[in-house]
Every structure is written in C-alpha cells, then in structure tokens.
Design a protein around this ligand. Sequence first.
Ligand code: C5P
Length: 310
Amino acid sequence: MLAVVPPPVTVRVPAKVNLHLSVGDLREDGYHELVTVFQALSLTDEVTVAVTEEPGLEIYGEGEGSVPADGTNLAWRAAEALAAHVGRGEPKVRIVLRKGIPAAGGMAGGSADAAATLVGLASLWNLDITRDELAEIAAGLGSDVPFALYGGTALGTGRGEQLVPVLSRHTFHWVLAFDAEGLSTPKVFKELDRLRVDGNPPRIGSHTPVVEALASGDPRQLALLLGNDLQAAAVSLRPGLRRTLRAGVNAGALAGTVSGSGPTCAFLCEDAQTAVEVAAELSGAGVCRTVRVAHGPVPGARVVGGDDAP
Ligand code: C5P
C-alpha cells in the first residue's frame, strides 16, 4: 500500500517593530530584563514545509546569501525542537524560506521563520497542539519567537517572551528603511552595557502612555512616544543611522525609531498615502539600501489558505 504524503504547507509570518523597548540590567543568564511593546507588521516571510526523504533548508529573498542554510538556522532548530517535543526523530522535512524581512535587521526575521516552521509542521504533521504549547517551545528558541506566533500588538516582559495582548484601535502606517548590512543583536546589547558603564545614556520611561496612545488610535500621539533604549547603542555602532532617522522625518514621517537592535529604521506616518510619499522621498535620499511600506498590527504566523492551524 502506498503511504499518503501530505501536501506541503505554507505559512505567512510577520516582522515586528518595537514601539517601546526599555532595557533593564543584565541578568545572570546573559539576558536583559525588558519591557517592550511589539507590533506585528505586514512585512512578511513565507515558509513552506514539506515531507521529504532529503531533509534540508532553502532560502530565497532578503539575506539569501548571508542567512545560514544549515542546522544552525533557527527555522531548522524549531523543526528539531517540535519533533523532539512530540517524540519524533530527526525531522524528515524540507523547509523553504521566502524572505521579505531583512536578515539581522532588528525586525525578528529569524524568529519569524522559526515561529512559521512550528505552525507549518504542526499542520503538516497533523498535531493536536495549541498555540500556547507552541509558544512554550518558541520561548526556548529565542526571545522574539513567541510574539511572531501571536502577532497583533503585545506587551512583552521577562526577556521579551512573556506576552499579553494590547488593544490597538487603528491601523498604523510605517515606512521601513533597510540598511546595507545587518547588526548582531548580542553586540548591540553589549554596546548598551558599555555605554551604561562609561556614561548615562537616557532611559525611556514607562510603557503606559504608549499603551494609552494605541488604545486612542491616534498616530500623532503614538509618534511622540516611540522609544528604544537600544537606539543609542545601535547608533554608536552604526553612526550613519542618525542621518537615516533625520531623513525620514524630513521626508514627512511623524517620527522615526531604530527597530529593536537595528539597523532597520521604522518611521510612523499619518496615513497610508503619506507613507507612500515618505517612502518615495526616502528612497531618493541615499541613506539606506531599500525602503518598504507596511502597516500594523497584523496577525501572527498563519497557514496560507487554511484556518486549521493551532
Ligand atoms: O533570545 P535571542 O536568542 O533572540 O537573543 C539573542 C541575544 O540578544 C542574546 O544572546 C542576548 O545577547 C541578547 N538579548 C538580551 N536580552 C534580551 C534578549 C536578547 O541581552 N532580553
């Protein structure tokens, strides 16, 4: 009798931007205590998982030359972690990443691919597993992986993996400026530790006003409150980001911020039309490699064309 091979499953998964990222002190486990407000954006990766006799990983699009296509890739580690969790051996799957999210860009692209792999394999293997159970596996893979599962807008605490949803009444419009080269997240956190030993870089305040601005849905109010403690460290390592941040605001954005550990800069705009105009002007300004328009919040990792995923 022929074994029935399930059809491949494709999952779409969002990038994130941190509307607020307050970094506390270094913990004994090497992580920093965070308070962050994430928003999932319409800039996405698509991850296809398929049963195969020749397991492996293929990468196309953003970062295809620089992202490792081997067992060190977080998507592959996600497949291994899920297989171990459900008592399967080495995963006999092919994972294809079609990337729109910049690699090492501060937008959690690698985490997104890991989250999408979990959702895709749960469907491919027909697992009886909840999204909350997947989130526990996700947290073991990386601090930003659980958020990519849930999407929307959320408050993250701990090392960023403990999430509660935040009410966001409005669709916000963003312009994203990708840099020519990525930044290593651990290096940016280390640079912040160094800056804090040498001096006293400003710390952003409480997240409460950001949560209130999200509930009001007013982009002008939110723009005044965007803040990221990692920005000083990212700019210290990549001084050209100062010029990029200025150029976005000069082009008509309400405000700009470095996204997460950078170097991607995210600009909040008044509406969709303004975002298109800001993007056009910014691409001509010669301050970044590529410009994209996106909106948020959007849902987390979802099977494309299906609603049966956990
Ligand atoms: O969790 P993840 O593997 O994505 O984190 C990558 C690196 O970023 C960590 O090894 C650590 O250096 C830094 N990090 C941190 N504090 C956090 C999250 C990440 O110092 N809360």
